[in-house]
Write a new protein. Structure first.
Length: 293
């Protein structure tokens, strides 16, 4: 389950790239539809499991934190990730988003006004060098990836870091399903208000409809539920290591089905970015979580 979850996340990015290339679906339309439907499905699932989905609205501080998480975490990462795909490709977007541990290191260092430790510093250096190899493919005079895709990919990493840091207290108090379900639904309503998908004349053929269904059902809801279920059997740190399957699956599927390719410099860069997770795993084992948080 812990392996299937990141595979589905990575494959949904590849499916989204094909959808953008072969149809008139816009980033705003897909984000609004994906978040709204996923939010509704997750809340219904939580009700079926007899979770109290309304308790979060009994405390104003929790409501404010939920809205902050929705805007700067959930909605931000969904929108910037799809923008990175539409301006570049799914493989690069997923790999750049996978820089979120580095963003967390930098954000926590700024918040605590202290320099990162040795392993955290090594993580930053390795990630920056790996990213440079990916976007240049070894040629420092040109970019192998459009600059817009790089910017959106880095913003997706910041959004993923916010997605990780902002809801911790809410998750402990109310549980993952209600928090993520409401955040998805509110994010869907926000993106609907901004992009007004009902005004966009989107015509999907059978393949396009299947791709949208896959992104919503398997690439979002099923992936999230599988990840949560896996935490009943393994530690969260182990599950995060298996998360390396996400950028790998996006790169392999992009190569097999969409013609995305990397030279040896790019492949080394991908390996370096993924290696950051293993470095952070070692750092996590050497220091208690509370100290690192």
């Amino acid at each position: 389950m812990a392996s299937a979850s990141p595979f589905l996340w990575g494959s949904s990015g590849t499916v989204a790239q094909h959808l953008f290339e072969q149809s008139q679906v816009s980033v705003g339309w897909l984000t609004a539809v994906r978040m709204t439907l996923t939010g509704v499905f997750l809340l219904i699932f939580a009700i079926c499991l007899r979770k109290n989905i309304w308790s979060i609205f009994t405390d104003w501080h929790s409501i404010v934190r939920l809205l902050l998480f929705t805007v700067f975490g959930m909605t931000s990462v969904q929108l910037t990730y799809f923008m990175a795909i539409s301006t570049g490709n799914a493989a690069t977007a997923t790999i750049l988003q996978y820089l979120s541990p580095v963003m967390i290191i930098l954000l926590l260092s700024l918040r605590n006004l202290r320099l990162p430790g040795k392993l955290d510093t090594l993580s930053v250096i390795v990630a920056v060098a790996g990213t440079a190899l990916i976007v240049t493919q070894g040629n420092v005079n040109t970019l192998a990836v459009p600059s817009a895709a790089i910017v959106w990919g880095l913003l997706a990493a910041v959004g993923a870091a916010a997605y990780t840091l902002l809801p911790r207290g809410l998750l402990l108090r109310y549980g993952a399903l209600p928090v993520v379900g409401w955040s998805m639904l509110f994010g869907g309503l926000i993106t609907q208000a901004i992009f007004r998908p009902w005004t966009q004349h989107v015509q999907l053929d059978a393949i396009g409809a299947l791709e949208v269904s896959f992104i919503v059902v398997f690439g979002t809801m099923a992936a999230f539920l599988l990840y949560l279920q896996s935490l009943k059997y393994i530690e969260a740190t182990t599950a995060s290591i298996l998360g390396a399957i996400e950028p790998l699956s996006a790169a392999i599927l992009g190569f097999l089905f969409l013609g995305t390719s990397f030279n040896w410099y790019g492949i080394v860069g991908i390996a370096m970015v993924i290696a950051v997770t293993f470095i952070q795993f070692i750092a996590y084992r050497k220091s208690p979580p509370l100290l690192r948080d």
